[in-house]
Write a protein that binds this ligand. Structure first.
Ligand SMILES: Nc1ncnc2c1ncn2[C@@H]1O[C@H](COP(=O)(O)OP(=O)(O)OP(=O)(O)O)[C@@H](O)[C@H]1O
Ligand SMILES: Cc1ncc(COP(=O)(O)O)c(N)n1
Length: 573
């Protein structure tokens, strides 16, 4: 599993118009631009409210519209006044839009009192029934600004709860979540997730639980109490999509050291509505939203706005020459793209028999011999990644992984092969005959003329066609690919092994004939290495230009296919 976890995804997570999913497949260059309506208050300092919403919608590839529920007088230091126009005029604004414009998504923010909530509720149920609002509704139940100022009357909470029935997703921060759950504020992230599940079940909505306020939890000064379950380590900034049955997607996040978090809730909800309208899938939309928002918070360092809690830089990523959030730059999306293939690997005869312990010894030894051949060359490709790495830390990671491949895995395999007195492998330090060194040119593919893995000397296991094909692909990436392409090519070996390993580990038992092998691929160290490899690849994808991104994705998908074929190979093939 990836650093993020998708536990289950019910129908509601992708209940989107079919056209939106087709758009996602077509790529961001071809998507229809969704019309997204923000129903929210105004922040004249531009960091929150409709100003933040319009910028977020534009940054994420939508056409933004705004019906104003309230005028605030505020800046980065606080709110000095709130003026709420006649709710009848809000209805007039809403009707002016919906009588003319197709609305693909609605984001609802600050609703100052029960009357305003009533006006929005009435318009929304009317327009939805008439089919004039077909898209998703994201409700950000704004109650208190970052500055601590109240933005909603106490007696509005009941009306707000009833508005949940019209929402598809609600995005409360931790204090707002507690109000909706009618419970004391959560003291841990686990408690917050449980409150979110209860709100989701009571109102039949999806809830985005947000970790921005985790650092304010009682006793969080040691940086750990945000998650007393201990599973998250030092305090981060996670978000999660939670349904009535529990967590659908949990996204760990780095906590950035900044005071520029004014309007992050507004920005998250409007970006989420826009990306859902574009891609039709809530988990994918939340993943893209979080990546975009994290970078917008980071980019806030380039702004000089006010002396309090500053705004995020909504459009900074466009100024950097990057396009709107692109699912092809989301490594989690790559993982989704191979969902079918992953499902099929579990059904491969080898994996099934390995899991239940009925795998024939000779088949296992054949596999190990091929894996040993594979690992010797894979280690060289990892060394190539080390050679190309832009930082010392990444160089160390790949060099260490290359070394581990040889030390840990080959020694285990050698021991097994020696036990079985099967045709063995040679000294792992030796170069396999005919292997093309990284850095020289190697043809992609498997033809004898360009195959980098030649026949071994007498007495050694010969590389199977599947092993040759996989190594041919990896060596080609190492020979002519850039660093981003090399890391994308080596990633499936980590990720798929770790993924399968976690399931095989569940089948392990002390007397399992392959217990040590199953154990090796489900170790915490291997999990950590896999998370690191995913993170490095994501960082490269974040800044890759479109052509490079295509090459990365191609390399990843091809390695995934080769990984599948490697598992499925037969002794006599
Ligand atoms: N210091 C931070 N570092 C990284 N991400 C953050 C930080 N603070 C907030 N976020 C992210 O910003 C989003 C909004 O989270 P938060 O829990 O702060 O909601 P909110 O209180 O509604 O927002 P606001 O602070 O604007 O009122 C979430 O995705 C959260 O993870
Ligand atoms: C008009 C308006 N709407 C919402 C917020 C909440 O802002 P934040 O996202 O910082 O909680 C705000 N400060 N002003």
């Amino acid at each position: 599993m990836s650093a993020e976890t998708t536990l289950h995804a019910g129908d509601r997570t992708s209940a989107a118009p079919r056209s939106a999913r087709a758009d996602a497949a077509a790529g961001p260059g071809d998507v229809r631009v969704p019309n997204v309506l923000s129903i929210a208050g105004s922040d004249p300092s531009g960091g929150a409210g409709i100003q933040a919403d319009l910028k977020s919608i534009a940054a994420c590839g939508g056409y933004g519209m705004a019906a104003i529920t309230a005028l605030t007088a505020q800046n980065t230091r606080g709110v000095t006044g709130v003026h709420v126009p006649d709710p009848a005029f809000l209805t007039q604004q809403l009707e002016a839009v919906s009588s003319d414009v197709r609305i693909d998504a609605v984001k609802i923010g600050m609703l100052a009192n029960a009357e305003v909530i009533g006006a929005v509720h009435a318009w929304l149920s009317r327009e939805r029934a008439a089919g004039r609002v077909a898209g998703a509704v994201v409700l950000d139940p704004v109650m208190i600004a970052t500055s601590g100022d109240r933005l909603t009357d106490d007696d509005a909470v009941v009306a707000l709860r009833s508005l949940l029935a019209e929402a598809d997703v609600v995005t409360p921060n931790l204090p707002e979540l507690a109000v909706l759950a009618d419970a004391p504020p959560a003291r841990t992230w686990a408690e917050a997730l449980d409150q979110a599940r209860r709100v989701a079940a009571a109102a039949d909505v999806l809830v985005v639980a947000k970790g921005g306020h985790l650092d304010e939890l009682e006793g969080s000064a040691d940086g750990r109490n945000g998650d007393r379950s201990g599973s998250r380590g030092p305090l981060g900034c996670p978000d999660a999509l939670v349904g009535p049955d529990g967590v659908v997607l949990e996204l760990p996040g780095r906590r950035l050291e900044t005071t520029s978090t004014h309007g992050t809730g507004c920005s998250l909800s409007s970006a989420l509505a826009t990306l859902q309208a574009r891609f039709g899938d809530w988990p994918a939309a939340l993943r893209l939203t979080k990546r975009w928002l994290t970078r917008a918070i980071e980019d806030s360092a380039r702004l000089e706005v006010g002396g309090g809690h500053g705004p995020v830089s909504h459009l900074g990523q466009l100024w950097g020459g990057h396009t709107v959030p692109d699912p092809r730059a989301d490594v989690g999306h790559w993982w989704d793209l191979i969902a079918d293939l992953r499902g099929r690997i579990d059904d491969v005869w080898f994996v099934r028999r390995l899991a239940d312990g009925t795998l024939d010894r000779a088949d296992f030894e054949h596999y190990l011999a091929q894996d040993s051949l594979y690992l010797r060359t894979y280690s060289k490709v990892l060394s190539r990644a080390a050679q190309l790495a832009p930082t010392l830390e990444e160089q160390e990671f790949w060099a260490h992984s290359a070394h581990e491949c040889l030390e840990v895995e080959l020694s285990l395999h050698r021991a097994r092969l020696a036990d079985a007195e099967a045709p063995g492998v040679t000294d792992p330090g030796a170069t396999e005959p005919g292997a093309t060194e990284p850095g020289s040119t190697a043809g992609r593919g498997t033809s004898e003329a360009v195959s980098p893995v030649a026949a071994p000397p007498p007495g050694e296991a010969a590389a199977s066609p599947e092993t040759r094909a996989y190594l041919g692909h990896l060596l080609a990436a190492a020979a002519v690919g850039s660093y981003p392409v090399v890391v994308a090519a080596v990633l499936p070996c980590y990720w798929l092994y770790q993924d399968i390993g976690s399931r095989l580990a569940a089948a392990n038992r002390p007397d399992h004939p392959y217990a040590d092998w199953l154990g090796m691929y489900s170790s915490p160290e291997f999990d950590a290495a896999t998370r690191r490899a995913i993170a490095i690849t994501q960082t490269q994808a974040d800044t890759a230009r479109p052509a490079e991104l295509e090459a990365m994705l191609d390399a990843f998908l091809e390695s995934s296919r080769q990984e599948m074929a490697f598992f499925a190979q037969r002794r006599d093939s």
